[in-house]
Design a protein around this ligand. Sequence first.
Ligand code: GLN
Length: 484
Amino acid sequence: MTNQMTIHQTHELLKTRQLSSVELTQAYLERIRQVEPQVHALVTVTDELALEQARQADKLIASGNISPLAGIPVVIKDNMCTRGIKTTCSSKMLTNFVPPYNATVVEKLNKCGAVVVGKANMDEFAMGSSTENSALFTTHNPWDLSRVPGGSSGGSAAAVAAGETIYALGSDTGGSIRQPAGFCSVTGLKPTYGRVSRYGLVAFASSLDQIGPMTQDVTDCALVMNAIAGHDRWDSTSLPYPIPDYTRCLTTDIKGLRLGIPREYFVEGMQAEVATAIKAAVSKLAELGAKVDWEVSLPHTRYALAVYYIIAPSEASANLARYDGVKYGYSYQEAHSMWEAMEKTRQYGFGPEVKRRIMLGTYALSAGYYDAYYLKAQKVRTIIRQEFDRAFEKYDALITPTSPTVPFKIGEKTDDPLQMYLSDVCTLPINIAGVPAISIPAGFANGLPIGMQIIGKPLGEETLLKIAYAYEQATEWHKRKPEI
Ligand code: GLN
């Protein structure tokens, strides 16, 4: 056994009883103890729970009833509620928050017999692209410890890459699954908006947030989707359609699939190595039989960043109003009045980026500016969405880099929020349109990972998985692991 096994490999070992879940879990907890002092991916290590779940899983396996995820370690981003386990959102505001219920995705994993080994570090309330906005600590990229793992699901991505877990769950509002997946050379899928329940996911921007898998390969991604996707009556935006078996589309036959390469995603300031790697990856897909159109244009892409940074903060300013020091979380105790208590709770409980978003959002929603900013942004959002709809009449999928750069140095962008925001130019438009997209390993530049993003039509996850699988099977990138 190594610490870089996939779900499907591990499942075989468990099923044939060559390995027990308790042994497996102990090995992963040991690996966590070894690498965590360098990587800092986890806010909480849930040793006791993990071993208890592993014992239960071993019983389940002995009874012959074995789900593909049974007995297999998973890490959950710390913005998904776990009953009885701290769920901090990497914020001072929720440092001691212990939810009384499980998020639907956690409930679903439990039903499959999953083993939760830890909760992952993130940018505070998922606002950021590097985990440097965590109020707790910064996560380091396992490929180069002086660099960021991306964000906001940086802890989840780093934990998978460093072999601290077999897979993880992340959440993605503007790129937070795909960008860290790209930066850590793992596979990350943001499903169609509404495909995976958001119940129990601490809300950042409710019309954009979506939970998804972060895995070692595409097969694992499909297996996790099988477990977490589907309608949930506790989430009013959950889509009421049945889910397919996502592993059924894992064939390497992509002959005749129409791929579009939107030129606006090869932005100014993009690193040459990134553009070169993605173009080579697309050529590979063409070799495999896909029909590639290199000349696609989605002109409204250039407004996506502006639209996102109005809509996301607006929704955040409303969602974060609930942290008033009364209901749960941090509460300032020395106040002389209700207002002072509320103000001080928010002053000390929130970090600088969260406050910046609340201010931006409150401004965009305020009476005099609502029409000029929020309403205008919603209109442009519709145009961006329509542009994708039209593109998908001609193409089965669109292909872009996941990020304009390889992982940057810790501290490199912390003084310049706009530079940080720009690291998501390729991923933000996808959330605005609500469509699915996957990031898979597509190369390296000086030993640093490069991710390729494949974008699909609404509920087109199967097409994405198929293309991703075909590429993966024809390349070796996903097999490279960091030396740590
Ligand atoms: N980096 C983007 C932001 O800070 C996206 C974050 C996310 O997807 N949660 O808003």
